[in-house]
Structures are given as C-alpha cells and as structure tokens.
Write a protein that binds this ligand. Structure first.
Ligand SMILES: [Zn+2]
Ligand SMILES: [Zn+2]
Length: 108
C-alpha cells in the first residue's frame, strides 16, 4: 500500500477567495440543475476541486444547508451527515454536515 497523501475531504467555504466562491456557487448551481447524472457528477468534481477537495468522479459534495449558516463543504455520504430534505426536482438535496447533525439536527 502506498502512502496516501493527506487529502482534504471537507473544506470551509469562507476560506475560499471571492472568485473561488463565485466559481464554486456556479458549479453547485449547475450540478443542481444538471439534466443528466453524468453532467451532475462532472459538476460535483469541478466544484469539489475549486473548494480544494479531491473528489473522485462519482462522489458528491454539499455545502452545509444548516440554518446556522455553517460554511462546511463535505461529503453527504458521510455516515454522520444528515439529510434534512430531499428535493425531488433538483439534484442537490439539503444536508447538514456531521458536526451540525450532531449539535443541532434539523428536520424539514
Ligand atoms: Zn454544518
Ligand atoms: Zn449548523
């Protein structure tokens, strides 16, 4: 087994500069509105890369949708992440990051 680089799996939206935040928002919105799963997944990878997360194709990221305005960008497949609400008409359902789910779990 090779030594894996210490790759970030979460990021802080506030640590991105303004241009990166705008780019990140743009790709998250494209992912949200993508017509096909392939398109959605491609936008996920790009948005993750902008945030500094190395996401393999097929992975997902979300900006925490918690009402505390949490800036955490994280993988919604994390076992401690919590889905607040499914949004059937969009690709991005609303998730709380593991920390928020632990501290103040929300339901839709
Ligand atoms: Zn959070
Ligand atoms: Zn929160």
């Amino acid at each position: 087994m090779t030594h894996a680089l210490n790759r970030a799996t979460t990021a802080n939206y506030h640590h991105l500069d303004q241009d990166d935040q705008a780019e990140f928002d743009r790709y998250m919105e494209r992912a949200d509105n993508a017509a096909t799963n392939g398109e959605y997944l491609a936008h996920m990878v790009i948005a993750a890369r902008i945030a500094g997360i190395n996401l393999p194709y097929g992975g997902h990221i979300r900006l925490c949708a918690c009402s505390c305005s949490c800036p955490t960008i994280f993988n919604p497949d994390h076992p401690d992440a919590h889905c607040i609400e499914q949004t059937p008409d969009y690709n991005l359902d609303r998730h709380q990051c593991p920390t928020c789910a632990d501290w103040h779990r929300e339901t839709a």
